[in-house]
Design a protein around this ligand. Structure first.
Ligand code: HEC
Ligand code: HEC
Ligand code: HEC
Ligand code: HEC
Ligand code: HEC
Length: 224
């Protein structure tokens, strides 16, 4: 083949944009602009709407004020969240921890009246929702952390002692887990906010164990 035979078809086909008019060029920009609006819009929708759709919300049965109670009790957190003789942790307080002061309502606070009328006088335990609840296959001993390793409650639970209201409980509709396990930072980038509960996925437990003890631990340590 000679060079001239080849020349004609190649020059027009290889560069289709070469003879585009300015009008066609701006159409490209408009398409690009619409694409970007859609793209950024759906990112924002995902960021804001996704958590709204993913989590169902519930209020605690009673709005409990930690801050005013810490002024009333003698032993701080342990007045209500104590270790039993066998080393197990009492966890959420039962009516036993409240009855000395709430046999009858002392104020006209509607939350106290509801607490006394619907629970105390009827002897019904309050079904508190547990923001930190792990799945049943996970073994978490408070004693190893609080007594054994001398950790403060704030390390994991944030500054709940100064809270005046209970938070809304958010439950992941797919996993059934409380939102606190994943954490409130959807992307899980950077540190969680000071004073907020620390996220408690398996890797979060393991990361601290690695740091504190040099190893992540065997599966059966946390899974019984
Ligand atoms: C007068 C009793 C009382 C005292 C004192 C008290 N709490 Fe509580 N605590 C409760 C009750 C009732 C709940 C359940 C309602 C709620 O979540 O606030 C609770 C819930 C909690 C939870 C929630 C667990 C979860 O994730 O769902 C944590 C953590 C906690 N308390 C930590 C503390 C700490 C830390 C202190 C001390 C600074 C403290 N509490 C002092 C009564 C008490
Ligand atoms: C040492 C006494 C004492 C104990 C123990 C105690 N309370 Fe109270 N509680 C008070 C007093 C006093 C008030 C009223 C405080 C005020 O209004 O200034 C109060 C207020 C309340 C209120 C209304 C204010 C609020 O928190 O929203 C609720 C509900 C309540 N208590 C629930 C409980 C529960 C549940 C327990 C047990 C886990 C408990 N209390 C244990 C003394 C106590
Ligand atoms: C190393 C992290 C860590 C520390 C420190 C810690 N907790 Fe917890 N806490 C957890 C985890 C994880 C759970 C959920 C356990 C589960 O569901 O098996 C929990 C659950 C709870 C519950 C609900 C328990 C129930 O089953 O009813 C209460 C109340 C609580 N913690 C209070 C405290 C208090 C008070 C302190 C300080 C004395 C404390 N925690 C220290 C991680 C921690
Ligand atoms: C902020 C640090 C930290 C976090 C978060 C943490 N741990 Fe720990 N954990 C420790 C330390 C420190 C010890 C004590 C290690 C030792 O005694 O050798 C410990 C001990 C334990 C033990 C007892 C080990 C034994 O054999 O005695 C278990 C089980 C455990 N952690 C489970 C968990 C689980 C499950 C989670 C997450 C839900 C978790 N831990 C989160 C620091 C942490
Ligand atoms: C330091 C404690 C710890 C160790 C060690 C650990 N896990 Fe976990 N694991 C957890 C916690 C906490 C969860 C629940 C939170 C989550 O889903 O991340 C979990 C969840 C799981 C689940 C999902 C269960 C469910 O119901 O969603 C599987 C599967 C699992 N672990 C397997 C393992 C295996 C296999 C190992 C050993 C290689 C291991 N784990 C070691 C703490 C631990």
């Amino acid at each position: 083949m000679s060079q001239t035979d080849q020349h004609q078809p190649v020059s027009t086909k290889a560069m289709p944009g070469a003879n585009e008019t300015p009008a066609a060029n701006s159409t490209g920009w408009i398409i690009f602009l619409f694409f970007m609006i859609g793209f950024v819009g759906s990112l924002l929708a995902g960021w804001i709407l996704f958590p709204e759709l993913l989590y169902s919300k519930k209020n605690q049965p009673i709005d409990f004020n930690h801050a005013i109670h810490l002024d009333q009790v003698d032993d701080g957190c342990e007045s209500c969240h104590f270790f039993r003789e066998d080393g197990t942790f009492a966890g959420m307080p039962g009516l036993d921890s409240c009855i000395d002061c709430h046999e009858e309502a002392q104020t006209d606070n509607p939350e106290e009246i509801k607490f006394v009328e619907e629970y105390v006088t009827q002897g019904i335990e309050v079904p508190w929702l547990n923001y930190s609840k792990q799945p049943d296959c996970v073994f978490f001993p408070h004693s190893a952390h609080v007594i054994g390793a001398d950790m403060s409650c704030e390390t994991c639970h944030g500054d709940i002692g100064n809270s005046e209201h209970t938070r809304v409980y958010e439950q992941n509709k797919l996993t059934g887990y409380s939102r606190d396990i994943w954490g409130h930072n959807i992307a899980r980038l950077g540190k969680h906010k000071q004073g907020e509960p620390a996220p408690m996925k398996m890797n979060d437990c393991a990361k601290c164990h690695k740091k504190e003890t040099g190893h992540k631990g065997a599966c059966f340590q946390c899974h019984k």
